[in-house]
Design a protein around this ligand. Structure first.
Ligand code: ADP
Ligand code: MG
Length: 367
């Protein structure tokens, strides 16, 4: 974890939101964000990320629960008194004004004018690598530069927290990756607390101290990127973060945190057992492509199959293999070398595979 992360700064407890009185956009949310932390809300479209950010910013009221900032309830505080910077897609810059005028605006609202404002604007422009661009109009600078101005505008008044909702969503991949690095550097340099929203799992893995994974308005798991990737809490998280093979089956034996699953064709797979799986339960087994060994390397492993290679993609640093197990399940593997045979051995270690309950999410409606 990064140094400089302190005690809880933002605390959501029992937070829920319904817009129509029947459907919960966000439900039962308990989450605390530490001072200096970069925390990302990650989830598919409609999972409640923006709603959570809107409640934090004060643009939407909570239906249940409470949000505290530095120990004090935000319930009766309007947005402009929350001391939070926002970079939202629908919170646009003034397009016909100059960069400097846009940055002067949040300062003026807080009574900062004249030389003090000018000094802050110069500092903010330097922070986001836009020195000298203060006199340019917003509609004459690039999309990437505009996002830097939006970030500067969110930081310039010295907020406790910066909230960002998919700030890089409209940019092409190269620029997005460049700005991911820049935002991360700015966050480290300033020590500011960031609550960031994205649906892009790679972006979340790359930028965050911790990731809060959402599905159906419910928090599924909150942990460091590595812990989320290595030990997903349920089948949804396993499928959403990184890539995973998935085999459906039934638990035929379980003991000591491990279990045996019967999959298609009557074959069995040994895996780590999670969340209270019992013998007879329907289960989903996940194993990452990079954990699947091929050929000689598969020889000694507990889960070993003779598979048919259906496709192979040469990708320079590895070959991606699409194989089919005897029972019909498809398994994708990454092989460091070339694969010439049409039938190969595939295998993976027990602890590389996770068995989850068939119900895929916490509080979800599927399964
Ligand atoms: P995300 O940002 O993860 O895509 P949202 O928070 O925007 O998710 O949406 C969560 C749920 O709330 C969705 O079902 C969405 O349709 C609904 N929702 C969002 N905003 C509104 C609104 N202003 N009025 C009614 N329903 C909304
Ligand atoms: Mg959204």
């Amino acid at each position: 974890m990064s140094s400089g992360i302190g005690p809880a700064l933002v605390e959501l407890s029992g937070v829920g939101k319904t817009y129509d009185g029947t459907h919960w956009a966000v439900a039962d949310l308990d989450l605390s964000v530490r001072r200096g932390e970069f925390l990302t809300l990650l989830g598919p479209s409609g999972s409640g990320k923006t709603t959570t950010l809107m409640m934090l910013a004060g643009f939407e009221r909570v239906s249940t629960g409470d949000i505290r900032l530095d120990g004090g309830s935000l319930a009766d505080k309007p947005p402009h008194r929350r001391n939070m910077g926002v970079v939202f897609q629908n919170y646009a810059l003034f397009p016909h004004m100059t960069v400097a005028r846009n940055l002067a605006f949040p300062l003026a609202v807080r009574g900062i004018r004249g030389a003090a404002a000018e000094a802050r604007i110069a500092d903010a422009l330097a922070l986001v690598n836009l020195d000298g661009l203060g006199d340019r109009r917003i509609n004459t600078i690039s999309g990437g530069q505009q996002q830097r101005v939006a970030l500067a505008r969110a930081l310039i008044f010295g907020p406790d927290v910066v909230l960002m909702d998919e700030p890089l969503g409209a940019l092409d991949r190269q620029l997005r990756e460049k700005l991911q690095v820049e935002i991360k550097q700015i966050q480290r340099r300033t020590g500011i607390t960031v609550i960031y929203v994205t649906h892009d799992q790679a972006e979340a893995l790359a930028m965050s101290d911790r990731i809060a994974v959402f599905a159906d308005g419910r928090l599924q798991q909150v942990d460091t990127p590595r812990a989320i990737y290595d030990t997903p809490a349920n089948a949804f998280v396993a499928g959403f973060i990184g890539e995973n093979n998935r085999l459906d089956g039934i638990v035929v034996e379980r003991s000591d945190g491990r279990c045996t699953i019967e999959i298609a064709g009557g074959a069995t797979v040994r895996a780590r057992a999670t969340n209270g799986l019992a013998t007879g339960d329907r289960a989903i087994v996940t194993v990452r492509p990079e954990a699947v060994q091929t050929g000689q390397d598969a020889g000694e492993l507990a889960n070993r199959f003779d598979a048919v290679v259906e496709d192979r993609l040469y990708l320079g640093d590895h070959t991606r293999i699409y194989a089919r197990l005897p029972g019909g399940d498809q398994v994708t593997a990454r092989s460091p070398g070339a694969v010439r045979h049409d039938r190969i051995a595939l295998g993976w270690a027990i602890d590389s595979a996770f068995a989850f309950a068939q119900k895929e999410t916490v509080g979800g409606t599927d399964g």
